[in-house]
Design a protein around this ligand. Structure first.
Ligand SMILES: [Zn+2]
Length: 59
């Protein structure tokens, strides 16, 4: 099993955690063949996420 196989297997299954400040989830998303992006999905009350949005560093 390659690392790509692991990321593909994890892709549809969010992993709890990823941000110490909220009830976040982490997902591995295929960006291009063989290229994966780790996305951390913060909850709406996360102080880090609110600060990132305020300075335009998150959507
Ligand atoms: Zn957070």
């Amino acid at each position: 099993m390659s690392i790509s196989d692991i990321f593909q297997a994890l892709g549809p299954h969010p992993i709890a955690g990823g941000c110490p400040d909220c009830d976040s989830e982490t997902r591995f998303v295929t960006h291009a063949p063989g290229v994966y992006v780790m996305e951390i999905h913060h909850d709406d009350t996360c102080p880090d996420y609110i600060a990132r949005r305020a300075r335009g560093a998150a959507s």
